[in-house]
Ligand binder design. Sequence first.
Ligand code: TXA
Ligand code: MG
Length: 318
Amino acid sequence: MINITEINQAVATLRAGGLVAFPTETVYGLGADAKNVEAVRQVFLAKRRPADHPLIVHIESSKELKDWAEHIPPAALILAEAFWPGPLTMVFAKQAHVLDEVTAGQPTVALRVPNHPVALSLLKAFGGGLVAPSANQFTHISPTTAEAVHEELAGAVDMILDGGACQVGVESTIVDMSGDLPVILRPGMISSADIACVLDMTVLTAQQVNSKMRVPGQHLVHYAPTTKTRMMSQEALLAYIENTESTFAVMAYSNALLALDDPRVHAMPVNAKAYAHDLYHTLRALDHLDVQEIVLEAVPLASEWDAIRDRLTKASGE
Ligand code: TXA
Ligand code: MG
């Protein structure tokens, strides 16, 4: 899977201030040298992302935390040990050298060690931090394949490393470690219960904290298909399918809906991990169908579904 020639070419591109999209276990990232202000500005331009949305700095291992974080609380080291490399991003007080363009002028920096062989060999060969927002246009669905990156950013990126389909499928959990208690800023497949269990500490959600910090996905519509998208309970969906005249596609997982054997109903896995893996790929495919509406079946309330529920809510603007 790792092509050394390609990695070397990617490193040369990054050192020259270019943009390289690369796979991670969550979604594909749009990579640039986190210490090169011009390269970081190019990332915002390529994504048409507003400058007030800070970027995550990707590092090769927790040893590099000390190069970016001003203060590393013991709990963060425990989380790093438990979950890195993996789909967890931690927010710390930043060191003075960290570019304002990266942090959107905030006093904190977000750091993550991704768990993908291509990302890790790229970081190792590059020998420094890489900013990498999801490799999509601002407000679009995050890409989980190299083809999806091409769709989003062809012409705006110098190179795309193909590492196949992303294993996790939704963006990392973001936890703010800069205060007294950890605060979940964005749910991901590492749940707040997973974090609380490892730390033996209370973990707060952003809603519980009267935080002045920038909360990711604060825009009402985020991660959204271009087709009008709604979310409904199984019951409401059964009635909708029966009575609706317009063209539509349904994303469902429950037996009652799948049993209809209706070609407009697209089957999703009943298991949260497998559902997350398929989520963006399926949404993107439905968005290409040219139907008038996409309807998402609401998912269970259990905490393992938190990240998925969050993304479906944002996709449907509900
Ligand atoms: O899984 C992921 O995290 C992917 C892969 C490529 O690593 N990256 C990703 O990046 O989702 P992006 O830029 O699409 O989302 C990063 C989120 C943004 O919503 C931003 O607001 C938040 O991280 N963020 C970055 N720095 C922050 C900081 N200092 N404080 C609070 N939130 C921060
Ligand atoms: Mg994103």
